[in-house]
Design a protein. Structure first.
Length: 131
């Protein structure tokens, strides 16, 4: 995450994780995504998926937050550059359900959170179990 200008941090009371004491009455978390960085992530994910013959699953919260709609639209656009790699969008709640059926989850996934981006390649299932 890029650092926010100090004036915005002070005006809105944003705190870094390390500064949270637990005694605050309220906290707020900013999110910052640059188009360039999201495009870079997705190009890397699609290239990895192509190399390994995997689909891409983009996990977001686009039904609730504009930053994830931004993420989803970029994923869709970058996906068109890789027409041989299937792209599926999942809301995070639906994606969580897949944790309980891991044998059905064999994809390259890129999930956005408010401050970090995680990626994971799920290996092909072996004997119906998470490998």
């Amino acid at each position: 995450m890029h650092h926010l200008p100090e004036t915005i941090v002070k005006e809105f009371g944003f705190k870094q994780k390390r500064d949270i004491t637990g005694d605050e009455d309220e906290i707020a978390e900013p999110a910052y995504y640059s188009r360039e960085m999201v495009e870079k992530y997705f190009r890397a994910v699609f290239a990895h998926a192509r190399k390994h013959g995997l689909p891409v699953t983009s996990i977001d919260k686009a039904n609730m937050m504009s930053r994830y709609d931004f993420w989803r639209k970029i994923a869709t656009r970058i996906g068109r550059e890789f027409p041989d790699v299937p792209l599926t969008h999942l809301l995070v709640d639906s994606a969580n359900a897949l944790l309980f059926t891991p044998a059905n989850c064999t994809a390259t996934s890129l999930a956005a959170t408010s401050t970090e981006t995680f990626s994971r390649t799920a290996p092909p299932p072996r004997s119906g179990a998470w490998a």
